[in-house]
Write a protein that binds this ligand. Structure first.
Ligand SMILES: N[C@@H](CCC(=O)N[C@@H](CS)C(=O)NCC(=O)O)C(=O)O
Length: 195
């Protein structure tokens, strides 16, 4: 199987980290999803990474779908099968993805020439990130175990550290920081560091 990827995407990292946890090898293919003349739309019309290319040529996206496929196909148990535990873990994944959904466009916005930036949009992204971090800090006991929720949150925090190292989200969130420092030692996190 191949994963169409980019080096710093936290969504790609989530898929790759789960694959490491599952012991599933993925061949990494760098994608030119955003280039004006890109042909990437032929495999993923949304023009985003990751895309999982199956051995039979089928393409899967986006990252929650790919993760659930990998888990189901390889007997993982990183998605609880049913009941309250399933919704708890999926909600945690949504919180991790929610940080990514704000942090990725926030970076895009601050990279624009200053006169084209929208301070209102940047403030809205920052508010989302701040409030998700606070929610996680206030319920750090919920970050138990290794599942698609905790993997997503760890990848989101890793992205914040990678792209916004001056933010120091951890100074006011010691419980979340302690959880992250421990989780970041996992092989799946060490092997998928962004660059
Ligand atoms: N909901 C999607 C979001 C994926 C996404 O936004 N990926 C970004 C990279 S972090 C992307 O492909 N942006 C377009 C580009 O890189 O050109 C998922 O979970 O896979």
């Amino acid at each position: 199987m191949k994963i169409h990827a980019s080096p710093a995407s936290p969504y790609v990292r989530k898929v790759r980290a789960l694959a490491v946890e599952l012991g599933v090898p993925l061949e990494i293919v760098m994608a030119d999803a955003g280039a004006a003349n890109s042909t990437y739309g032929q495999i993923n019309p949304i023009h985003r990474v990751p895309t999982l290319e199956l051995d039979n040529g089928d393409m899967l996206f986006d990252s929650p779908v790919i993760c659930e496929y990998l888990d189901a196909a390889h007997g993982g148990g990183f998605f609880p099968p049913a009941g309250a535990e399933r919704w708890r873990v999926l909600k945690l994944q949504a919180l991790g993805d929610g940080i990514m959904d704000a942090a990725v466009p926030r970076r895009g916005e601050v990279l624009r020439p200053e006169q084209q930036q929208s301070p209102a949009r940047i403030a809205a992204y920052e508010r989302s990130i701040r409030q998700v971090l606070d929610a996680l800090e206030n319920d750090v006991a919920g970050l138990d175990g290794v599942n698609i929720g905790t993997i997503a949150v760890a990848c989101a925090l890793g992205y914040l550290d990678f792209r916004f190292p001056d933010d120091a989200w951890h100074t006011t969130r010691p419980a979340l920081k302690a959880w992250y420092d421990a989780f970041a030692q996992r092989l799946s996190m060490v092997q998928t560091e962004p660059y």
